[in-house]
Write a protein that binds this ligand. Structure first.
Ligand SMILES: [Zn+2]
Length: 399
């Protein structure tokens, strides 16, 4: 028995050398890393090096097959990035990171954030005070653009995410929500406590029904879903909601969560007006972070993508600067994206058959701020407790 366990759990290593003609940098690492658990059974971890990749796994597959699959994966991902270099539009050097201890650790230690699972937390104390303060600021910005506020449910219809193309680009991020299968046997199986033990996990799935809903991955899909097949007023909409993304790897601290809060501002108008509103919103964000003396940079962005979804979308986004992101350095030196500014043009409204009041075409755009990431960036600069923050920052945020 012991020998068998050792065989089952034995860790194997694969080492790949990367062809120097391939793009092999942080962006490519991230996409490859997210895809690896789906291509290598029993994936444990990956180490990315300048000229190669080391993989630890428990798979029983032949090394040659694993290496061939991973080489093909790397080639596809690297090729799709070939012309999509990040461009920096604006940068600002604020305070050096003053926290001498990771604010994430301080927040955990005194219970202001409490983990309740993988990549999800309960918030209280001054972390919550700061989260609400930033949210109010963005909400006020939306109101200053004559925005209306909406309140959304937790899930989005699976069909909506199919129509929007979300599932074809990000199948690995989806949390499918399924009820019990419609039969008495499934109910009795699911109500038995031991069915959820590790041993029976696969069997449990057979007693679930069709996942007709998916935990919402963004705020704006709710907004589009509510306007499907309608003639709508042009203008601005804002909402705060939870977003959910299954992250197969790299769930750590507040940098990457599976459930997080996002405030979005969504714009429906002609394409120039949408861009003008997005520019104004970006300008405001730049102003806010500069006032807080937080370092940041505004960069061109591409949606991260999964395995073999198209590189065309990425190249198109970059060529037309349709997506910009604002990044902040956090404790430890990583730059994380805390907000994005997206001009969808007619790509989403067409899928949802949304027209303006007179039945003419309309376009859309959205800006979204991941509040936990924004806060982690600000806490990394200003200190892990509000008592450390300069009074000017608190006055600005009305804390
Ligand atoms: Zn959005």
């Amino acid at each position: 028995m012991l020998a068998k366990d050792i065989t089952v759990n034995a860790i194997r290593y694969e080492i790949l050398t990367i062809d120097s003609s391939l793009r092999w940098d942080k962006d490519v690492f991230k996409s490859v890393h997210e895809s690896l658990p789906y291509f290598v059974n029993g994936f444990v971890l990956a180490r990315f090096r300048q000229d190669g990749l080391e993989i630890e796994h428990h798979s029983h597959d032949a090394s040659a097959k694993i290496l061939e699959d991973v080489q093909a994966l790397i080639f596809r991902i690297s090729e799709s990035f070939r012309d999509a270099e990040e461009r920096v539009f604006i940068s600002h050097a604020g305070l050096d990171l003053i926290a001498d201890k990771d604010p994430y650790v301080s927040l955990l230690e005194d219970g202001r954030i409490v983990p309740t699972g993988r990549g999800k937390f309960v918030y209280s104390g001054d972390f919550l005070v700061a989260l609400k303060a930033f949210d109010r600021m963005i909400q006020d910005l939306a109101f200053s653009l004559d925005g209306i506020e909406e309140l959304y449910p937790t899930t989005v219809n699976t069909q909506t995410l199919l129509d929007a193309g979300y599932l074809s680009s990000f199948p690995h991020h989806a949390f499918f929500a399924a009820p019990a299968h419609l039969d008495a046997k499934s109910l009795s199986v699911l109500s038995a406590g031991d069915v959820l033990t590790r041993k029976d996990r696969e069997a449990t799935v057979q007693h679930l029904g069709f996942p007709g809903e998916i935990l919402a991955p963004t705020v704006c899909y709710h907004c589009f879903e509510a306007r499907r097949d309608l003639k709508i007023k042009k203008g601005v909409v804002t909402a705060l909601n939870k977003c959910h993304r299954h992250e197969p790897v790299n769930v750590n601290s507040l940098q990457r969560l599976t459930t997080y809060w996002m405030r979005e501002i969504i714009i429906f108008d002609n394409v120039e007006q949408v861009q003008a509103a997005l520019d104004k919103i970006l300008e405001w964000t730049v102003w806010l972070l500069s006032e807080l003396n937080v370092s940041f940079k505004v960069v061109s962005a591409n949606d991260p993508f999964f395995a073999d979804s198209s590189s065309d979308k990425r190249l198109f986004q970059n060529a037309y600067e349709l997506k910009k992101e604002i990044k902040i350095p956090v404790f430890g030196g990583n730059w994380i994206s805390v907000g994005s500014f997206n001009n969808h043009q007619s790509s989403i409204v067409t899928k949802f058959n949304i027209l303006d009041e007179s039945g003419n075409s309309v376009t859309s755009g959205c800006a979204g701020w991941g509040l936990e990431r924004l806060l982690y960036g600000v806490f990394s600069h200003l200190g892990a407790g509000l008592e450390d923050w300069p009074q000017s920052a608190k006055t600005l945020l009305k804390i």
